[in-house]
Design a protein around this ligand. Sequence first.
Ligand SMILES: O=C(O)COP(=O)(O)O
Ligand SMILES: [Mg+2]
Length: 229
Amino acid sequence: MNRFRPAAVLFDLDGTLVDSAPDLTTAVNRSLADIDRPALTEDQVCAWIGNGARRLVARALAGRRDITAEPPATDAALARFFVHYHDCLHEGSRLYPGVRDGLERLQAMGLPMGVVTNKPAAFTTPLMASLGIAGYFGVAVSGDTLDVKKPDPAPLIHAAGQLGVAIEDCLYVGDSDADRAAAEAAGSPLVRVPYGYPGDDAIFADHPAAMTLTVDQLAVGLAEPRKVL
Ligand SMILES: O=C(O)COP(=O)(O)O
Ligand SMILES: [Mg+2]
């Protein structure tokens, strides 16, 4: 990895750049309250983030992560979730420590950057704008930009193409099992952040090769490879 200088850096959004769990929890709980279901804790919701809004709502209805079929109320609850999340999108969501500094450093190095998230585009764009990070990125691929989302590699490959680089020459920075699987299938090296919503953590245990770095540590490492990478 010492001499690897990526052509571009792609980032996951929720759990990597933005701690969005407080607002996702509020939106899920308001959707559950609409059907007289009890509220969930933020820790419960954190364990179910990472595969898009629909899967999050289906998991919240089922009360567990591994579901073989969606609960019948999923369509109606998802519609309520969209209304509620739209209302609270910016209330408690914050950039993780080191993110702004890291993005600044990477931009100063002239590295093209992109976002590849499973979040629906209706939320990705306003959230990035309100946190003041939209300008760092040449492309943002959301969970509904294509017909498939992570762990399918297509969104990563699409983002790289939009930046005019090959995915194998990109570095992908993420927090979850979906990111790990998408990066592996796309042939992109992965950096894992030491926080976020890892999902099925076992997938990382099986692949200890992924480097674990914060965004500012990564930026310093790419600027001065012998220090960190
Ligand atoms: O919408 C989600 O479930 C998470 O989105 P992410 O891909 O940015 O982590
Ligand atoms: Mg994530």
